[in-house]
Design a protein around this ligand. Sequence first.
Ligand SMILES: Nc1nc2c(ncn2[C@@H]2O[C@H](COP(=O)(O)OP(=O)(O)OP(=O)(O)O)[C@@H](O)[C@H]2O)c(=O)[nH]1
Ligand SMILES: [Mg+2]
Length: 304
Amino acid sequence: MQDEAHRCGLVALIGRPNAGKSTLLNFILGTKLTAVSPKPQTTRNRIFGIYDREDAQIIFQDTPGLLEPEDALHAFMVREADRALADSDVAVWLIDGIKGVTSRERAIAEQKIVGLRVPLLIAFNKMDKVPLDQRMAMLEGLKGLALPQAALDSGIFYISALYGSGVDELLQAILSHIPFGPKLYPPDQLSDRTQRFFVAEIIREKAFLLLRQELPYSLAVQVESLKERENGVTAIQATLHVERETQKGILVGKKGAMIKAIGMEARKELETMLGTKVFLELWVKVSERWRKRSDRLRELGYAE
Ligand SMILES: Nc1nc2c(ncn2[C@@H]2O[C@H](COP(=O)(O)OP(=O)(O)OP(=O)(O)O)[C@@H](O)[C@H]2O)c(=O)[nH]1
Ligand SMILES: [Mg+2]
């Protein structure tokens, strides 16, 4: 195909934690690629999700939610979002429509979104939960921010990433800003990340869903080994790192009930993803203060 007929570029999906960035990526790709949970700060890395069709390839970058960093892990997460923005041809700022434009949202926008050099689209998400008459108030929330006029004139969308309403229109607008060029990845490649990465993410997501309160934030998952045996079973060993002995107790649970539940949920999804039976072995280890130590962050995959 001629270059003039094909578009290819990178899109940064950015926004506050829990806005629905990963949900939107999964909806666009039509498959569950990245981790989603009701808890904020689920995504910790920049993750490419490659949307491919005959006339275009769009590399969507899922990113960690924008926040004020409180530890070295947060600082890494914000750098990942910054990297995505720096590489992007288009930025999509996703706002949780249920919350509207909060003062924190505005503060983050002042830092990261105002002044972007690439075309900006703004998507109010979770509109399946927001009455129509609240749209004016949401728009009011953007007032006073020095946003590009083009974004305010024709770049505002109301979507549901969960159910898909408005997503086609958003995708069309994204596409119109993507430059012409050949594909960067083979058409059947879905991500830049390895299978091991997604195995760890599935386990971490299940822990996020099952554990309460603060514990998920102290958790990191490392895949130690992944082997497909001759009998068609994939054997996976992974270590779950927590920061304190007491957290280890909670993660393991009474008679191992919690870790067993996490393992069961993860195994089901891993079997779907890998298309094989899975034998999953989980270990729990205390790695003191790993979120604050750059050497530990590097070992756990939170380093550029
Ligand atoms: N009702 C509704 N819920 C949504 C929608 N989009 C996302 N959610 C929910 O919002 C929560 C957060 O979604 P995520 O996709 O994990 O949000 P995120 O922006 O990736 O969050 P971080 O990775 O923490 O930055 C999940 O419980 C989703 O199911 C939507 O359109 N409607
Ligand atoms: Mg996410």
